[in-house]
Write a protein that binds this ligand. Structure first.
Ligand SMILES: C[S@@+](CC[C@H](N)C(=O)[O-])C[C@H]1O[C@@H](n2cnc3c(N)ncnc32)[C@H](O)[C@@H]1O
Length: 239
């Protein structure tokens, strides 16, 4: 299915790309490290982490001590903000990449009394049903093909009351402000991966289709636009 959804225009299909990002390639570790640093700077510069943390806590169902799972956490900036914003929140911060998890363990989150660092695959989460109030997967969904996204939707809504997906809003116009910003935050490597990310981002129509076909019962999905150019999708089981 096209990333713009089943009814994607010809222009949108042309805009889509199947080029891999440096982050997805084993042979470009230096460029990938630059992209990770660039993304971290971008989130800090645009207030991304703060917004993502606020949105995550707003979907925790009002629990007094919210149990939060971050999937695909990268450097863990979002989890750190969640812990700062909510004095009783407990966070499981995870990523599928072993090196990323090792770096998280040796950083401040590894020693935080309310944080647990784990290696988890968002498509097959090793956790019991409803172990969390909210699970969040930020800036990561576009890395996965449609079948893997369906698995994330199933697994995220199995282990958490709400799965919050945050990624780039699908629009070619976003490239205009994004390219200079990414150049400043992470140089050519960040522009390379950022442009591919924007072209691979799932549109709202695609997510609706994936949520309808992810499991035995359709999932409930609410999608909205969030500054600075994000798709924010809250997914939960029906019934
Ligand atoms: C672009 S980075 C985003 C990192 C962080 N969430 C942020 O906003 O800066 C994408 C992350 O998703 C992780 N990832 C990719 N596939 C994954 C999967 N199946 N399960 C969990 N994490 C995954 C990658 O290892 C990487 O750390």
């Amino acid at each position: 299915m096209p990333r713009g959804g089943p009814g994607a225009s010809r222009l949108d299909r042309w805009y889509e790309t199947d080029r891999p990002e440096y982050l997805d390639r084993p042979d470009t570790p230096r460029e990938a490290a630059r992209v990770r640093r660039g993304l971290d700077r971008l989130h800090r510069l645009t207030g991304g982490y703060d917004r993502f943390a606020r949105w995550t806590l707003a979907h925790a169902g009002g629990a007094p001590a919210p149990r939060v799972l971050e999937l695909g956490a990268g450097g863990g900036g979002l989890s750190r903000r969640v812990l700062e914003r909510h004095p009783a929140a407990r966070v499981t911060v995870s990523d599928v990449d072993a090196g990323t998890v090792a770096a998280l363990r040796s950083g401040p989150l590894g020693a935080h009394p309310r944080a647990t660092v784990r290696r988890l695959d968002a498509t097959a989460v090793d956790a019991p049903d409803l172990a969390f109030d909210v699970a969040v997967f930020a800036a990561s969904l576009h890395h996965l093909p449609a079948d893997a996204v369906r698995a994330v939707l199933r697994e995220g809504t199995r282990v958490a009351g709400t799965l919050l997906l945050i990624d780039a809003w699908r629009s070619p116009w976003l490239c205009v402000p994004a390219v200079p910003l990414m150049f400043v935050t992470g140089g050519p490597a960040h522009v390379h991966d950022g442009l591919i990310s924007l072209r691979k981002a799932y549109g709202a129509a695609a997510l609706r289709e994936l949520a309808a076909t992810a499991g035995p019962a359709p999932l409930r999905l609410r999608v909205r636009f969030g500054l600075p150019g994000c798709l924010v999708a809250a997914v939960s089981a029906t019934g």
